[in-house]
Design a protein. Sequence first.
Length: 275
Amino acid sequence: MPPARPRLLYVTDLAYPARGRRYGDEDVLLTSRLRADFDLALCHPLDAAALMDGFDAVVVRNSGPVLGYQDAYDAFRERALRDGVRVYNPLTGRADMAGKQYLLDLGAQGYPVIPTADRAEDLHRLPEAERYVVKPKLGADSLGLRIVTADDLPALADGAVLVQPCVDFAYEVSFYFVDHDFQYALYAPDPGRRWELRPYEPTPADLEFAGRFIDWNTLAYGIQRVDACRAPGGELLLVELEDLNPYLSLDVLDDAGRDAFVAATTRSLHRFLTG
């Protein structure tokens, strides 16, 4: 008899109304390709904990902001760690998977991160700006994000939010990695249209920038997205390191790009399952 194929539980919210993105389309595409190597079942994130025992691994993909189902996610995470369930990306991520405290920590360590504070007594460390972004540390997909003036900040900076100046950046750019291997980069030429993306050809300096954060996160396996902005001085600043369920914008790639990404992900999953 032929050897049994690995069984994957693929976690996605196909109906999540993401602004400027179609989660369902991306996951239908990716799972249709991964089925060449794996037996797959798709489930909603609220069902993952109840179903995961029958699979060799759980793949968390476009599952939506955890903030919308925090208790269920915490229960899934606790049970997976307790029972030794293989979860891809592994649950040891130090970036968005654990909240956004890492932006403060990396900034304190001298990494090129967009200036960030979380408490009123630290607001003086931020550059002066006409407007500021305030967002929850555990937020995602702009949930709870507010644009305020400096006068509003002292009452809001209570340790549970992040405060950042509205940087007059040239554009946002995202670098996509599988394991520690760079795959492709996309950018939004118009800062006001975050998800109208085009292919971006990174320079060696760009890749060195992005690679520093991938190395810092120490995930041996998984898909990560490094989001950055091109600051007025020309340097890149980290905006977000998405290591839980990064949207991949596969529809922006050409056929060769999609083929290369699927092949890299397939190899990574095989290594993950046998490592």
